[in-house]
Write a protein that binds this ligand. Structure first.
Ligand SMILES: *Cc1c(COP(=O)(O)O)cnc(C)c1O
Length: 431
């Protein structure tokens, strides 16, 4: 972990991906900065580990930095609020955290706590996740968005939760789920809050591209969408259909993919509105990426945008599409997962072994060594600053000749080993 102070920047690019949260201190240690106290000095990670060690807590361990989580939640919500104010958008942002991205109780508890002042809610993709969501005290305006395949029990729980004050939206993934919702509604006599998941045709490139486009597992195509609207209308429940969900994918690399997909989602929203569906919420799912490498480009493990740009693009695209269609601006929902939690945990493990390539010392030449071995060793005698290239040329030539002789059986293993060691010690001096 000890490094000369400027090496880690050029070697590891800490300042590129560290987001100002992680840095290398003057002592050459990894330092953690507190984004909520920007003027405070970085805290030494080895120092934290030494304290834990004193308490008998040993690596491997997962460290969670809750101020990073608080910072990311604030950053997301405030970036949407800023974009909304700047564009003059006439609707709020009501984000939800998808529980599947980190189901640890400590994490979900903190997310709810830090998100309360922003009316930040939760997304549940299964019945157990809905149970988790219902165990939290969310802000009165916060949403619980239920995605995923649902049975009657899941739907009952979602509808019943409205009785105790949760804004639980059942997002229909198929026309069959609409039938189940209608049945459960008739049994319970409580009106559901309903959403529909629309499959976008825009395929978003990147690692998770199969979760977008025609063949993605979840959501409805236009035919199924129309069938669902008709079923709800017939059952007298169309007035409960308030939310449209279109999941953009995950780790979206290129912000222009966000614009295209949001534009397409808006087309469905405006068309459904024209059909008489009283939509009020547009949910754009997950997808905001993390720049793991810090390259700032649309490449594997990187992205070409910031949180602020993502939010601006979403708000601008929706505002433009709704104004064009003369439809009221919907409440914006996103389900960003990784972008919210990725920076807040780090896995720490012990170094078990290091592989060294350099040889610090050279062995002595022996009388019956091949002359190429003694030639190689002799380079040490004329190695100087102005003959670096020549020495490197010679060393490489002799070593390659020796390797050729070894392959043909003229040099034995022990001589070859001495030659290798002499060569590496020369390289160490040449560096
Ligand atoms: C996985 C998932 C998310 C979270 O995606 P991220 O890329 O982590 O933001 C959001 N919504 C749904 C429906 C998901 O399946």
């Amino acid at each position: 972990m000890k490094q000369t102070p400027d090496a880690p920047h050029s070697v590891y690019g800490v300042e590129k991906w560290g987001k100002g949260l992680v840095e290398v201190t003057e002592q050459g240690e990894i330092g953690l900065r507190n984004p909520l106290a920007p003027d405070a000095a970085a805290i030494s990670l080895p120092g934290i580990l030494a304290d834990l060690d004193d308490r008998g807590i040993k690596a491997p361990m997962l460290l969670r930095v809750s101020s990073y989580l608080e910072h990311e939640i604030a950053h997301l919500n405030e970036s949407f609020a800023d974009a909304i104010a700047r564009v003059g958008y006439k609707g709020p942002y009501r984000g939800v955290f998808p529980i599947k991205v980190n189901q640890q109780a400590q994490v979900v508890d903190r997310i709810v706590e830090f998100g309360k002042k922003y009316n930040y809610g939760l997304e549940a993709g299964s019945k157990p996740e809905l149970v988790v969501a219902l165990a939290h005290r969310l802000a009165p305006e916060a949403l619980i968005v239920c995605n995923g395949v649902k049975d009657a029990e899941f739907i009952q729980l979602a509808i019943l939760s409205r009785k105790i004050g949760f804004n639980t939206v059942i997002v229909l993934e198929s026309p069959k789920e609409a039938d189940t919702v209608i049945e459960v509604y008739r049994e319970l006599g409580i009106e559901p809050l309903i959403g529909v998941r629309v499959k976008l045709t825009n395929q978003i490139s990147g690692k998770w591209e199969e979760s977008s486009g025609d063949r993605s597992a979840f959501g409805m195509n236009t035919d199924q969408l129309v069938a669902t609207v008709d079923k709800l209308r017939e059952a007298g429940l169309l007035h409960c259909l308030k939310l449209q969900h279109s999941h953009l994918g995950s780790q979206v690399q290129d912000v222009n993919d966000v614009r295209r997909a949001v534009g397409e989602a808006c087309r469905y929203y405006t068309e459904l509105t024209r059909e008489g569906v009283p939509l009020t919420h547009l949910d754009l799912g997950g997808g905001m990426g993390v720049d793991y490498t810090g390259e700032k480009k649309a490449a594997e493990n990187s992205i070409n945008y910031t949180v602020e740009e993502y939010c601006s693009n979403v708000v601008e695209t929706v505002a433009y599409a709704m104004d064009e269609a003369e439809i009221a601006h919907p409440t914006l929902v996103t389900e960003s997962g990784r972008a919210v939690v990725a920076t807040s945990s780090m896995l720490v493990f012990n170094v078990l072994e290091t592989t060294l390539y350099d040889a610090p010392t050279a062995p002595d030449v022996e009388p019956d060594d091949n002359h190429l071995v003694s030639d190689l060793a002799a380079i040490n005698g004329y190695l100087s600053k102005d003959r670096l290239q020549e020495c490197w040329n010679d060393a490489t030539f002799y070593r390659n000749e020796l390797r050729a002789l070894f392959r043909r059986g003229y040099v034995d293993l022990r001589q070859m080993a001495r030659a290798e060691r002499i060569y590496l010690s020369l390289m160490a001096r040449l560096k």
